[in-house]
Design a protein around this ligand. Structure first.
Ligand code: NAD
Length: 321
């Protein structure tokens, strides 16, 4: 089985550097997918309330533990607080609901999913609630501040409900603002990161503040095929880009492994997802070879500062492009 390196978090805990992402994993196959990934050697699972599959993910975890594949303490289970639960009174309530859905009693890591506070939607009305208050198109902001939410997140650590807490989709300015009042410095920043969106200054800022970085959507536009974004479609898929395929051929590796190694070799964690067994094994094996400094620089040179996951930019039915 592949040996996965770990990254030391500022909370003192070790986080596996390669994990499995749970976004868009269908409920019907989520339990089996998680079980199988654990069997293959994955230990970190990156979930969220918004992915709507925590009950099924929990079933996969429970079955793996029951069958003796793994112990709870060997797993690193990650989830995220949704935008509609940013008010202090909802943070613990929703964290407890998500823990109950997963059938566990603590998160290894719990994120603020987006620095966007929306009006609360009770789970009895709709769960997960998504972005729109009416479930269709209405954006209703909440007056919760990031300080209020972060203080409540710190409360989860004090109560033993989360071992580490983190932030996702935050930019530098907001991280500095949060650090003014944070009693607990975020353990991890999770952001979109691939050669078309390298964000070197943000990565450096996080590093300087002792915050580790997890990259999501490591293959760039490929994750967003189904959303029909013209700017994603117009670009050469990274998995087929000459720079990536040439480096992959040179090392006898798949282009996907090169993209994941480009991130892991620079100290970031990655969380790719697949339901295909051979790809599951291949993605996990992305730390056992090294790229040259020249390879790394060439890949970083593809940067065009292009973000695909920017939901707040799409809150309109008008065509913007
Ligand atoms: P991904 O890394 O899962 O990959 C996207 C696509 O590439 C999928 O269609 C997958 O089937 C395919 N793929 C995977 N491995 C491949 C391989 N080796 N060769 C060819 N194709 C391959 O991208 P993602 O889902 O955008 O991101 C990964 C995870 O990051 C998510 O599951 C989620 O956990 C997390 N995420 C977090 C946020 C956030 O806001 N914090 C946003 C997006 C994703």
């Amino acid at each position: 089985m592949v040996n996965i390196p770990t990254i030391k978090l500022n909370s003192g805990y070790d986080m596996p550097q390669v994990g499995f992402g749970l976004w868009k994993v269908d409920n019907a196959i989520a339990a089996d997918t998680v079980y199988n990934a654990i069997k293959t050697g994955y230990r970190l699972f990156d979930g969220a309330a918004d992915y709507g599959n925590e009950v099924e993910v929990g079933k996969g975890v429970a079955r793996a533990i029951q069958d003796g594949l793994v112990k709870r303490e060997e797993l690193f289970l990650v989830s995220k607080l949704w935008n509609t639960d940013h008010k202090a009174e909802h943070v613990e309530k929703m964290a407890r609901k998500q823990l109950a859905d997963l059938g566990i009693d603590y998160f290894d890591l719990y994120f603020i999913h987006f620095p966007v506070a929306l009006e609360h939607v009770d789970p009895s009305v709709r769960y997960p609630p998504g972005w729109f208050y009416d479930g269709v198109s209405e954006i209703r902001r909440s007056d919760a501040t990031i300080q209020e939410t972060w203080t409540a997140m710190e409360g989860l650590v004090e109560k033993g409900l989360a071992r580490s807490i983190g932030i996702s989709n935050f930019q530098g300015q907001l991280i500095y603002d949060l650090l003014r009042h944070a009693k607990i410095v975020p353990a991890t920043l999770q952001v979109e990161h691939h050669p078309y969106l390298v964000q070197p200054n943000l990565i450096r800022l996080a590093k300087n503040e002792g915050i580790t970085v997890t990259a999501y959507s490591s293959f760039g536009p490929t994750s967003f095929d189904e959303f029909d974004f013209p700017h994603a479609k117009a670009l050469t898929p990274l998995l087929k880009h000459d720079v990536i395929t040439e480096i992959a051929n040179k090392h006898g590796k798949a282009p996907s492994q090169v993209l994941l190694r480009w991130a892991t070799q620079r100290g970031l964690a990655v969380i790719p997802k697949t339901s295909r067994q051979e790809i599951l094994v291949q993605n996990l094996d992305c730390t056992s070879f090294d790229l040259s400094d020249e390879d790394l620089a060439k890949i970083s040179g593809l940067d065009i500062n292009t973000r695909f996951n920017a939901p707040t930019n799409y809150f309109t039915t008008e065509k913007l492009w």
